[in-house]
Ligand binder design. Structure first.
Ligand SMILES: Nc1ncnc2c1ncn2[C@@H]1O[C@H](COP(=O)(O)OP(=O)(O)OP(=O)(O)O)[C@@H](O)[C@H]1O
Ligand SMILES: [Mg+2]
Length: 256
């Protein structure tokens, strides 16, 4: 294994996750509705995993929550407050989104990738931004890799830099979209352990994933989507051991 243990430094609930609520959220690309009335509650400090076939609207839902793509109707409440009333750049520091591809600056070190975001978004001084960046990188198990550039880090380590960068904004909610699907198999576990650790330490998380074992282990709630709708919501035991709908039964028989 080429990754270091992701959770070496800090213990306890260090994050203050907020609640997240979707209220009848509808989203479209042009005339085509791809999210069709999605309602969902994620309690503060809990982890919800979203599963479902390709094209079912999982990424679109995440993009709507932090308004990378504007919803057509409905609402998103963060800590009870409408996300549609919050300026998009403020919203994106309150709701962190991490993708499959990490989008790091290739010519900057891990430390500078995180520190630059703090200077640009939080208007921090150089010294302060580097101090906080060090802490956040330590939280994701990269205390010893802060001076490496992305090309000198494994894919899993690069993804952890991207996660540290999002955490540095002190988000109230974190959204993850298939963050392990571009990684070599041996690196997947380290990133999933990191995600599970964030959940245990109080972050509110919505995690789109194909990793069913992870969903079973780390989720408080699992959501199954198909064709732009939520078909079933339940505990991991309800979803994986006693799926009600024929659609979910078929999906699980294909992926498990
Ligand atoms: N930029 C876009 N313009 C037009 N249609 C889009 C766009 N992005 C996604 N779609 C369509 O919207 C639907 C939902 O796509 P979405 O990416 O949300 O699915 P997904 O559940 O994330 O799938 P996957 O598991 O493959 O990532 C699909 O039919 C897709 O083709
Ligand atoms: Mg997707």
């Amino acid at each position: 294994m080429t990754y270091t243990s992701p959770m070496p430094v800090v213990d306890g609930r260090i994050y203050e996750g907020s609640s997240l609520e979707l209220k009848d959220l509808t989203m479209a690309y042009g005339p085509v509705d791809v999210l069709r009335g999605v309602s969902l509650t994620v309690a503060p400090g809990t982890t919800t995993c979203v599963i479902g076939p390709s094209g079912s609207g999982k990424s679109t839902m995440l993009r709507g929550i932090n308004r990378l793509h504007e919803p057509k109707s409905g609402d998103v409440l963060i800590h009870g407050e409408s996300a549609l009333q919050v300026k998009p750049d403020v919203l994106r520091s309150r709701i962190g989104l991490v993708f499959q591809h990490f989008n790091l600056f290739p010519d900057h070190t891990a430390l500078e990738n995180v520190a630059l975001a703090l200077r640009n978004v939080k208007r921090m001084s150089k010294g302060e931004s580097r101090r906080i960046a060090h802490q956040r990188l330590a939280e994701v198990g990269l205390a010893e890799r802060t001076d490496h550039r992305p090309r000198d880090l494994s894919g899993g380590q690069q993804q952890r830099v991207a996660i540290a960068r999002a955490l540095a904004m002190e988000p109230e909610v974190m959204l993850f979209d298939e963050v392990t699907s571009a990684l070599d198999p041996e690196l997947v576990k380290g990133v999933l352990n990191l995600l599970a650790g964030l959940g245990q330490r109080g972050m509110t998380m919505l995690v789109v994933t194909h990793e069913m074992k992870f969903a079973r282990r780390a989720a408080d709630q699992v959501v199954f989507m198909d064709e732009g709708k939520i078909v079933e919501v339940g505990t991991p035991e309800q979803i994986f051991d006693a799926p009600k709908s024929e659609r979910l039964q078929r999906f699980l028989s294909e992926v498990l």
